[in-house]
Design a protein around this ligand. Structure first.
Ligand code: MLT
Length: 267
């Protein structure tokens, strides 16, 4: 059963989904969706574990206006959420933007990590082309709203096969994007533009790491996962066949199994 709760942290309400009981795993969502993207994993939480999936500020249903923020601010929110839940340590991870936030949290509080999960993400900062693309998307979202971002991003977030054969998945990702304000989308794009290269931070990780990637991920392809694996001593890459960028949604069983195998064999 998935519980939904709200906590007051850093002066704002944070919605989070919570499932299972036992040792905690914090799962941070991608851009431009929200914590609901983790429902397939929360539905499959293994015995003895507790999965917690918060919304990033500005994201999720009925989110308060976020204003401008950095990924370090989001990492501070999540550290405060762990404090609120009286959790000193957890396995912590995220997918794509959630991975960038995980790396920001790692810089801030490495002692809180029992393990790290980096899915469909990259360690490097944005390239000049990437920054130009983000500026265009900020202009697009300010001019045309979240629906235009959904139109532009859906072909990158989901594989061609999922877009053709899984209309319900496409609709649910579109709903998550459309539920986010243009202001929060623009603020998150700016926050991602400002993130540093985390490669050197990953070299200092001494807990076990699971690196996941969809075989058909075109945003952060397998080479990005392999570069992370090279940096972290105790890491392992799992490539999920027939999955695009939002690999946990396209291959919920394989993703969840890789996660629970990692927890069972490393913790
Ligand atoms: C995400 O899925 O979080 C985004 O595609 C990340 C990004 O745009 O760098």
């Amino acid at each position: 059963m998935i519980r939904q709760a709200r906590a007051r942290v850093c002066g704002r309400d944070v919605r989070f989904l919570d499932a299972g009981a036992g040792w905690p795993v914090l799962l941070i969502h991608a851009f431009p969706v929200n914590a609901d993207m983790w429902r397939p994993q929360l539905e499959r939480v293994p015995e003895g574990w507790r999965y917690i999936a918060p919304d990033v500020r500005g994201f999720g249903p009925e989110a308060a206006p976020a204003g401008s923020f950095t990924l370090d601010d989001v990492a501070a929110d999540l550290a405060a959420l762990l404090d609120h839940l009286k959790l000193d340590r957890a396995v912590i991870g995220g997918l794509s933007m959630g991975g960038y936030i995980t790396m920001a949290l790692l810089r801030r509080s490495p002692e809180r990590f029992d393990g790290i999960i980096l899915a469909d993400t990259r360690a490097e900062a944005d390239t000049p082309e990437g920054l130009a693309g983000r500026r265009q998307m900020i202009d697009l979202v300010r001019a045309k709203g979240a629906g235009a971002v959904a139109d532009q991003m859906l072909p990158k977030l989901l594989s061609a096969s999922a877009r053709e054969h899984q209309p319900e998945l496409v609709a649910s990702v579109r709903r998550m994007i459309a539920s986010t304000s243009a202001e929060a989308l623009a603020a998150a794009l700016e926050a991602m533009m400002g993130r540093p290269d985390s490669s050197a931070d990953l070299s200092r990780v001494n807990c076990p790491a699971l690196v996941l990637v969809g075989a058909d991920d075109e945003v952060t392809p397998e080479a990005s996962a392999r570069a992370i694996e090279k940096r972290i001593e105790r890491s392992r890459v799992v490539v999920l066949p027939a999955a695009g960028h939002l690999s946990n949604l396209e291959s919920p069983d394989a993703f969840s199994r890789a996660l629970s195998d990692f927890l069972a064999s490393n913790m």
